[in-house]
Design a protein around this ligand. Structure first.
Ligand code: ADP
Ligand code: MG
Length: 412
């Protein structure tokens, strides 16, 4: 799929921008704070319905939005996506609802019709490469869970649905555990009766999430190892290993990744259910759900050693690049579509040899590429020669070289 047009209004430093994008993509350079990351952030938001960096999406709305006219602040991002023969329009509008204490509202449209955000995820597919990816290795387990969740949500809408339900069930189940755990005297029968419903509900969704994560990581482990070997030229194998709080012996894990998805979900469900039963007293005492995908983690290993502790920074960088390349292959394999590649300032992190290898791999994937760099010279690579060059400067894009016909234009 390719983005044919991109429009930004009041998004970060962009007050108003409308760009026609060539099928090959765009090279974007510009000084720090020029607006390069914001541009890719807008595209990422259209794909995943969330920002990769804003803890609060409120921050993406231009500081002075609405000030002149006394209107409520808003930001709007829209794009036209072409895949095979048909086109889709995606739009996200963020507004601040002053009447509800400044709460952020997100309104989403597909082809002009209002949709829930959850239904618009995946209409546009992207794979983002950024220096922040290093957090996948160095950050907390929640960073890695979020990564798996966003990646799988783009590929599998059932996963996205299960994820939303799981989160809500978890909150409800936890408050029930707190309430029941605090009651004196304790009536074991009544507790089991009340918990049975919540256990069953959470087990179904949790088992789906866990089965899909295990299957995804199993695939990505194999592909990322190959990509890493080609990039890093080392004999040490990169390994991705999903570690779960659910009791799953190796033999069962193998069946989860080798059988049908329905069977895999059933195997995991049984294991999760029995863990919940076993942990009932602990859960009641602590008032939280102690097992399930919300407590799991993903490990990166190099030659069997934890990469976060023993790897060099260079190895860690190549490992995340390899993981992203494996993600790209998985998106293509499971959806049959080529995602748009977003590369934010990643070349400066690699030496020239690795830059060249990465670009060669990406070039052969046949995807549209939006790539940024502070240093214009870094974008001067043979593999990128077909991509027009623009400069991002104070919320505008200035055409430097390439197809004049699709010159970005500024309105307003
Ligand atoms: N909500 C906002 N409104 C206006 N400007 C913003 C907003 N958020 C960030 N900026 C500005 O955008 C710039 C950052 O842009 P960014 O896309 O990160 O640049 P680059 O990636 O080129 O370094 C900074 O100058 C910052 O002050
Ligand atoms: Mg940046």
């Amino acid at each position: 799929m390719i983005l044919t047009t991109l429009q930004l209004e009041e998004f970060r430093s962009y007050r108003r921008l409308s760009v026609d994008l060539p099928a090959a993509g765009l090279r974007i350079f510009g000084q720090n704070a020029g607006g390069k990351t914001s541009l890719l952030e807008a595209v990422y938001l259209l794909a995943t319905m969330r920002s990769p960096r804003a803890s609060s999406e409120r921050e993406t709305i231009h500081w002075e939005s609405g000030v002149e006219l006394g209107l409520p602040p808003y930001a709007r991002v829209a794009a036209r996506i072409r895949h095979n023969r048909h086109e889709t329009d995606v739009e996200v509008v963020l507004t601040v609802d002053e009447e509800r204490g400044g709460a952020l509202r997100k309104r989403v449209k597909l082809d002009g019709r209002p949709r829930r955000a959850i239904d618009a995820v995946g209409a546009l597919k992207v794979v983002l490469f950024t220096p922040d990816d290093l957090n996948l290795i160095l950050g907390s387990p929640s960073v890695r869970r979020r990564y798996l969740d966003i990646t799988l949500s783009q590929i599998d809408s059932t996963y996205l649905q299960a994820l939303g339900q799981y989160g809500r069930l978890l909150e409800q189940r936890n408050s029930l555990l707190k309430e029941l755990g605090g009651r004196r005297p304790r009536d074991e029968r009544a507790i089991e009766d009340q918990m049975a419903y919540w256990d069953a509900e959470i087990v179904t969704r949790g088992a789906y999430l866990l089965a899909q994560r295990l299957r995804y990581v199993h695939e990505v482990d194999r592909v990322a190892a190959e990509e890493f070997r080609a990039l890093a030229r080392t004999e040490d194998r990169l390994g991705l290993r999903y570690s779960t709080t659910v009791t799953l012996p190796d033999a069962l894990r193998e069946r989860v990744v080798e059988s049908t998805l329905a069977d895999a979900q059933a195997f995991v469900a049984r294991a999760l259910e029995s863990d919940l039963h076993r942990l009932r007293p602990d859960e009641l005492r602590r008032g939280v759900t102690l097992v399930g995908p919300h407590r799991d983690d993903l490990h990166f290993l190099l030659g069997g050693h934890e990469l976060s502790a023993y790897g060099s920074r260079g190895q860690q960088r190549l490992a995340v690049v390899a993981t992203k390349l494996a993600e790209l292959r998985q998106v293509v394999a499971s959806t049959g579509e080529r995602p748009v590649l977003l590369l934010d300032d990643v070349l400066s992190e690699l030496d020239p040899e690795h830059q060249e290898r990465l670009l060669a791999v990406l070039g052969s994937a046949g995807c549209q590429i939006l790539i940024t760099a502070t240093d214009r010279a870094l974008l001067d690579q043979p593999a990128l020669a077909a991509l027009p060059l623009v400069e991002a400067r104070n919320g505008t894009l200035v055409w430097v070289e390439g197809e004049e016909a699709s010159q970005p234009s500024e309105h307003g």
